[in-house]
Design a protein. Structure first.
Length: 65
């Protein structure tokens, strides 16, 4: 899998089951959201109140999976 940076559209990431599981574990349930094709992972996380530090930690976790 290509390294995740946070700049990817959410809809681009949901094809990978491992990514979806990590997002669900972290309270990010954007997969069915109408904004998923338009919002980046970073934007979606910010919209759900995550700080830059929390987003970076999530992206690190996604890249380790």
């Amino acid at each position: 899998m290509k390294k995740i940076t946070g700049k990817e559209k959410i809809s681009e990431l949901i094809g990978d089951k491992r990514v979806v599981e990590v997002l669900f574990e972290n309270g990010i349930m954007c997969m069915g959201c109408h904004a998923a094709p338009f919002e980046t992972l970073e934007q979606g996380c910010k919209a759900h109140g995550m700080s830059k530090k929390e987003i970076d930690k999530l992206i690190d976790k996604l890249n380790k999976e």
